[in-house]
Structures are given as C-alpha cells and as structure tokens.
Design a protein around this ligand. Sequence first.
Ligand SMILES: [Zn+2]
Ligand SMILES: [Zn+2]
Length: 321
Amino acid sequence: MHVFSNPVGAGSLWFDNLSTADGTPVAYDPQARAFVPMPPFCVNRDVIGCNWIASEQGAFCRSCAMTALAPDMSTHNAIHNWALTEAAKRWVLDNLGRWHWFRPEDPGVRPVFHMLGEGPTPVAMGHADGVVTISVAEADEVLRTTRREALEEPYRTMIGHMRHEISHMLWWRLSLRADFLDAFRSVFGDERADYVAALQRHYSAGPPIDWKQNHLTTYASSHPHEDWAETAAHLLHLTDIADSVVSAGFSSSGLPRPDWDPYSEPNAERLISVAVSVIMGINHVNRSMGLPDIYPFVLSDAAHRKLVFVHDWLRRGAQGR
Ligand SMILES: [Zn+2]
Ligand SMILES: [Zn+2]
C-alpha cells in the first residue's frame, strides 16, 4: 500500500487515517488515490469509521455502496467487527483498483458483499454469482485464532479472507471471457470436478502427501476453485508487500527504485522475487519481537507457475485486454 501525502500540511498519511496528526479531518479519494480535506465524506464515516469520500452529502462511498447486507446489530460486537471487516475490504479494493478492477473504467460487474454477523452457527464465507459473503465475526481476534488453530492454518486475517473470497469473484468475472477457461484448466485442472465431494474429502482425509509440491496451502489442494482463490490471494499478498516496502522508503541494492510500481510491473517473476527477498528480511525482524512470520509460506516451482498465471490475468482482466 502507498504511503500518502498530507493534503493540508507536512507529513504522511496512512491508508486508514481519518485525520491528520494535528486533527484536521481528511478522507481518501479512491479515484485520485489521494487524501482530500473536504467533504462529502462517506455516510458510514461516523458509523464504522469509513474514511473514503462520497459523491455527494449523505451518500455511501464506492466501497460501502458494494455492501448489500450489513450484520444484524444484535450479534456480538457487530459494529466493531463490521468496521474492521469494511477496512479490510477497502484495502483490498484499492489494491485491485491498481489493476483497474471495480473502478469506473472497469466495464464489468462489481462484487456485492453480504457482511454477516454470527449467532451460534458459523457463517460460511464464499462467493456465488458475484455475491461475496463474509463473516464479520472473524474480525474478533479470539474467534479467528481459535479457527486458525482448529484448521491448522499458519495465516488467517480479514485481509486474507477478503483477498480469497474476492478472488473467487474475479475467477467468475474472468470465466465470462471466451479465452480464460481453457488456459485456466491447463494450469489448475478442471474446476467442473465435484466441489462438495472434494471439500468433504479434504476435511475427512486431509491434503495429499505431496501438496507442498503443487500448492501454496493445504486448502488450495482441495479443488481447482480453491487453488485459484488461494493463489490469487497470495499474489495480492506478495504484490502488496512489495508495494508497501518500496512506498515506506526502504531501499537496498536488491530492491527496485522508490518510483517502481509493482502493479505496473509486467514481469511476474521480478515482482515475486522482490516480494520474497523482503519477506525473508521482515520475517527475521518479526522474530525479534516474538511475532509470527508475516508470510509463513514456501513457494514451490508449481505454485510459482500458478502465481505467474494469475498475475497475467489479473493485470489484463479488468478492461478485457
Ligand atoms: Zn464508506
Ligand atoms: Zn474459497
């Protein structure tokens, strides 16, 4: 993610800021990719701390307008969890906007979000025909950690959920093109394989013994749809890590210049190699604070090839090029 200029003074602003250091209210303009000091602000600003601008007073911003269902306010910590979930959504939408997805110049369908609270029964996250369902309850650290342990996942965050579920929607968008499906099946396999049976097998028998050779995660080995979603989410992780490091001003002989834009980088190999080189350093820094690795995954050759494929399609997909 970029580090942004303060529109009314010195210093920088972070993507989630609602005001400058001296307290001047600001909002993020996702079209200009810059902060502005003037309303109209998103009508959800006072509800969930949304810091995006709206087209007019009393309107939703571009991101909040995609949320068709907000959580039932009687569910536990609904507003707090919803706010964190929408923040993750804005982040990922802005990432994807760098490749023109879901911006005005994108002629295709936008995702519709169902942001659901949880009662006693867990909400199944997923995507169907353009509708992305997210459990906002997972914004709760304790609940998310419990599920992360139960599912033996090394990484589970709201940004990760957003990237994974929106990636299913991106697959659906791409599948409407005439030239995508054959290319997809040649790399990921045939997604027409029985999905329900595949997931039942995954949860009862576990991943194949050699999953690491072909997939980024155990879940990716369950079905070609999940392999795509996991791989696309990982491409978004890696691209954002590279963007954040360069934007934060870190430099070394192994890193590109500060004006390098990873979203304009045509060479996926170069993008991945920049990300992996900084990940090794940041993982090491995190260990100095007793924190987990930021990216606890190893990229096999096969996973690498899949990342290159996803990069190619995400870069050219939104405008049909
Ligand atoms: Zn908003
Ligand atoms: Zn999935």
